[in-house]
Design a protein around this ligand. Structure first.
Ligand SMILES: [Zn+2]
Length: 264
């Protein structure tokens, strides 16, 4: 499952390649022919991301809504058009580029009320300028579930995936098992700000970067994490504990991220 930065980066790339133009929209595989016909030869206004969802907005007040799920793939290429690779569910083509989408878990045409409902369903997205973090904090404050689970719940706050979850909580010295209602506003603000910062870098570099030395370096290196997938903590050299939160791998340094004795 891609993390939020991947989808925002795709939206940015596709916006540059497709928006402000009339698009040809077809379903080479044939399973989305009816939906494609509603958008074909329409003017694409913009492409945006909210959480892990992509929205291609058209001037006829329709939007193509895509969620890639676990197996979906998007590919943008310059013209000329090439034969579809695999089962291309939908192809969008402008005067300069074409975008192929294979195997999405959601591919549908929404009208404005459908778009509104989608925005209502998804929590504030840390990468969007119009996001209201207060909404996320209110939901977290009302919950007894662990913070490590809440910040990955896309209906609470959108964008954070499994690796960022572990890394942000470690960077902010917050134990992932602290219940939401015990998280202070200050701690929440630290999580939100760090998530917005790291994911924006993720969009720019097309990689998850969470190590301070790499964040400040102009030299681009591959992905490397502080404690995700490791056994010892780079700050205290203590053991990194491996745990599962909502059935996904998580890591914690119990020394740098102490669990308060009394959590109420
Ligand atoms: Zn440590």
């Amino acid at each position: 499952m891609p993390e939020g930065h991947t989808i925002h980066r795709a939206a940015r790339d596709h916006r540059r390649a497709l928006s402000g133009q009339k698009l040809s929209v077809i379903s080479p595989q044939g399973k989305f022919s009816e939906g494609a016909s509603l958008l074909d030869l329409q003017f694409c206004e913009t492409v945006e991301a909210i959480g892990k969802h992509l929205l291609y907005r058209f001037q006829n007040n329709r939007a193509l809504h895509i969620h890639l799920g676990l197996f979906g793939r998007v590919r943008k290429q310059p013209l000329p058009l090439k034969p579809p690779k695999g089962a291309v569910h939908v192809r969008l083509a402008s005067k300069t580029h074409f975008v192929d989408i294979n195997g999405p878990s959601v591919c549908e045409v929404l009208d404005q009320s459908g778009v509104d409902a989608l925005f209502h369903r998804i929590g504030p997205d840390v990468l969007r300028a119009d996001a209201n973090p207060d909404i996320s904090f209110q939901k977290i404050q009302r919950s007894t579930l662990p913070i490590g689970q809440l910040i990955m719940d896309q209906s609470i706050m959108a964008g954070i995936g499994n690796i960022y979850r572990t890394e942000i909580l470690w960077r902010q010295a917050i134990h992932p098992e602290i219940p939401g209602k015990a998280i202070s506003r200050h701690a929440f603000d630290c999580i939100w700000t760090d998530a917005a910062y790291l994911l924006a870098i993720g969009v720019k570099r097309n990689a998850i970067v969470t190590v301070d030395a790499q964040l400040s370096s102009k030299k681009r290196s591959g992905e490397r994490y502080n404690i995700f997938g490791t056994v010892s903590c780079p700050k205290c050299n203590g053991d990194v504990r491996h745990l599962e939160i909502n059935k996904r791998r998580a890591f914690v340094c119990d020394t740098c991220q102490p669990l308060p004795n009394r959590i109420s």
